[in-house]
Design a protein. Structure first.
Lengths: 318, 429
């Protein structure tokens, strides 16, 4: 903050000298007002479209409801219904337990795979592609999965992975399998595949961003000091790319935790997801129960992110 | 208002001031509640909220031509339509919705009871809706939210359904159908005659149901009854024990890998069937037609336990009044006057007023779609696409046979909340 203040103060006399008449007309704003003006719009948007709705969700989650309306009276029904059977069904898992176990499992798989692929794509872009133009062009290529709508992408998987799809008929023709395999579509495999295909990009960008800022002389120094490629990677590149890795991970994890469309379509609507519970509730007009589930999802996602930022102090690293 | 003021004997001047104030207030409030076009002499516009079933460019164009009313479609899924009525009742004028939603919509007080006397063809509406029987006198199954249970209200502002006919109508029927299982006869290669086949392990990994809990559970109930495991008092209104029992059957089937996928959207159901991902699934009539028009054999199979039926119609938002309400009546009357009915019949649905639709169809079309007779000529869709070659017979036969075979209606249960929780448990199992 102090440095930017100094720059502003230093900057303004120069302007005054250049055009004294105009400067005298312009009202002088104190630096703190300017920084408020800069941060203000985003803050207002955040307040109006995120914090206030969030407070409403929290309030509504403690309301009661009937078939057709919200009843603004305190009730923990949204929560108690959600955790129904969690104690008396033990050791078997209750609905919410199973659902979150599945969501976390999918989340972990997608995170691990996108991280692995995303890291190497970013590595290639940052260290092997020399020209800036090519770096730009190739990273734009990574956005191709976003060029079509969600619905079209989903429908396009059937001819590819379906029972009579390209992959199956190819495998049958080459004689690798006798009968088409069923698990290619409407399975955990297809869910993970679609999510990885969609969200690897969110890993590539922040990691690439961290990597291009690594001072090349550090790598040369490691090389000169006799470090092997692997040692350089583990001791120099990965630690310096950590902020990118964490930011990318936060993107991927938050999106996958809340996803119900991709999981629904690719899982044939038969795979449980935290977001899907909320959707089913909302569709049945049971808003307080949906809000309670949203709060639970938020808390769990927040816990995961807190844990991750414990590992890496993003503020310090940036 | 002017009348009462005058009676109190106020001077002419005060009266004028008062009226001016009121006019100003009216203008102001009009602007605030957001109905600017009520005041203006602009073209007659109605905002039409509904699912895509009744909506078609042809229908809105013809309506504009015949009545001068411009229809603005607001398209949403069944669930979203209901949500919108609850949360934004002023965002539409005419509502196209299903009868089973009424159990939620009417108590919310957001829809207006319509006056039966103002509906020209009301007395010609098929007895399917008013009496629960076909024109030929066949009694129709009354399980679930059957239209005649929720067709009338006790009074103008009542939130209670009347048990006998009154002049206050909740929903003017427009379109309905009898749903059953769609099958791929080329892949199944044997006759299918019972709902029990849906969960037959022979079709493991090749079956599907609709991903709407209240409808999915009824399909499962049809299977349970067909296998003779249990007989429900009302499949559309189960007790908690019955929900548990039905969900257990579904859960076991899911765990055994019976279902390939659940579908929610018309196109999804077409894709699943056309690609051979499924060979037996609950389906809608036009979806079967669509698969068939792709050159793939698909049958809308009549089953001995009967059909699960649905019906939809028009109601009007509570916020509509004055001239706009008259347009709404004009529009509903136009819709029942034949053009739209014929259009819907040609898609494989049924229209509410049969006589006017018949007058707008060719005799050979009527014979194919409604009388179950072999097509004399090629049967074409409203857009001119070839649906069936001459000689084809409609699956399930005539209107009498299909509607007369209805066993239950799409429904919202009293234990809906419990059922939704159980559905989430089923998905997580």
């Amino acid at each position: 903050m102090t440095t930017s203040d100094e720059i502003l103060q230093e900057g303004s006399p120069g302007v005054t000298r250049g055009s004294p008449a105009r400067a005298s007309l312009r009202p002088r704003l104190s630096p703190s007002v300017i920084s408020w003006l800069q941060a203000g719009p985003m803050m207002l948007v955040f307040l109006a479209f995120f914090l206030i709705p969030l407070v409403f969700v929290l309030i509504v989650s403690f309301w009661d409801y009937n078939e057709y309306q919200l009843l603004p009276a305190f009730s923990g029904r949204g929560y108690t219904d959600t955790f129904e059977g969690c104690i008396d069904k033990l050791p078997e898992l209750c609905t919410i337990g199973r659902t979150y176990l599945m969501t976390l499992k999918l989340c972990f798989m997608v995170w691990a795979i996108t991280l692995f692929i995303g890291f190497w794509v970013a590595y290639f872009l940052a260290f092997h592609v020399k020209s800036k133009t090519w770096q730009m062009g190739l990273s734009l290529l990574c956005t191709i999965p976003f060029w079509t709508s969600n619905v079209i992408r989903m429908i396009a998987w059937i001819p590819l992975l379906g029972r009579n799809g390209l992959v199956n008929s190819g495998l049958v023709k080459t004689g690798l399998i006798n009968h088409p395999v069923e698990w290619l579509l409407f399975s955990e495999f297809s869910v993970v595949l679609a999510l990885v295909h969609l969200f690897t990009f969110f890993m590539v960008v922040p990691i690439f961003n961290s990597m291009v800022r690594i001072d090349k002389s550090l790598i040369e120094a490691a090389y000169d000091a006799g470090a092997s490629g692997f040692q350089t990677l583990v001791n120099v590149i990965i630690p310096l790319a950590k902020p990118g890795i964490v930011i990318g991970s936060i993107f991927v994890i938050t999106i996958v935790m809340g996803d119900f469309i991709t999981i629904g379509v690719m899982g044939g609507q038969q795979i449980a997801a935290a977001g899907k519970i909320i959707e089913t509730r909302v569709n049945a007009l049971q808003f307080p129960a949906a809000a309670a589930n949203a709060v639970i999802l938020l808390v769990i996602t927040f816990l995961i992110i807190t844990m991750m930022s414990r590992i890496v102090d993003i503020k310090k690293e940036l | 208002m002017t009348e009462t003021t005058r009676k109190k004997g106020l001077s002419r001047r005060t009266l004028l001031k008062g009226t001016a104030g009121l006019a100003g207030l009216a203008a102001g409030s009009g602007a605030i509640t957001g109905f600017p076009y009520v005041m203006s002499a602009d073209p007659k516009v109605l905002r039409y909220l509904g699912t895509a079933v009744n909506e078609g460019d042809d229908i809105s164009k013809q309506c504009l031509k015949d009545t001068g009313i411009k229809i603005e479609y607001i398209t949403a899924t069944t669930d979203d339509v209901t949500k919108r009525v609850m949360t934004q009742p002023n965002s539409f004028d005419v509502l196209d919705t299903e009868y089973f939603s009424l159990k939620k919509l009417v108590p919310s007080g957001n829809i207006l009871a319509l006056d039966a006397k103002k509906i020209k063809e009301f007395d010609n509406i098929t007895p399917v809706f008013t009496k629960g029987m076909t024109p030929g006198g066949k009694k129709i199954g009354n399980q679930g939210t059957a239209p005649w249970k929720v067709l009338y209200l006790e009074g103008k502002d009542s939130k209670k359904f009347a048990t006998s006919a009154t002049e206050f109508v909740t929903l003017i029927p427009t379109v309905y159908n009898a749903d059953t299982l769609g099958i791929r006869p080329d892949l199944i290669k044997r006759p299918i005659s019972s709902w029990a086949e849906l969960l037959n392990p022979e079709f493991k990994g090749k079956a599907s149901i609709l991903n709407i809990p209240s409808i999915g559970i009824m399909d499962a109930a049809m299977v349970v009854e067909a296998t003779g495991k249990y007989k429900y008092a009302d499949k559309g209104n189960m007790t908690k024990e019955e929900i548990d029992l039905t969900m257990k059957v579904l859960t076991e089937a899911k765990k055994a890998g019976q279902f390939r996928a659940f579908w929610k959207d018309f196109n999804e159901s077409v894709n699943l069937m056309a690609a051979g991902e499924t060979v037996i699934q609950s389906m809608w009539s036009p979806a079967v037609t669509k698969v068939r028009s792709m050159g793939i054999p698909c049958t809308f199979q009549p089953l001995k336990e009967g059909y699960r039926s649905w019906a939809s119609g028009f109601c009007v938002s509570k916020g509509v009044s004055g001239a706009k309400l008259e347009w709404a009546y004009e529009f509903v009357n136009w819709f029942l006057s034949g053009y739209a009915g014929a259009y819907l019949n040609r898609q494989g649905y049924y229209s509410a007023v049969l006589s006017t639709a018949k007058a707008n169809m060719e005799p050979y079309e009527w014979a194919y779609w409604m009388e179950g007779k072999p097509a004399e000529k090629d049967i074409k869709a409203p857009d001119g696409a070839l649906l069936e070659k001459a000689g084809a017979v409609r699956d399930g036969g005539s209107y009498e046979d299909r509607m007369g075979g209805v066993a239950c209606w799409n429904a919202v249960m009293d234990e809906n909340d419990y059922m939704v929780r159980k559905w989430n448990e089923f998905i997580a199992a």
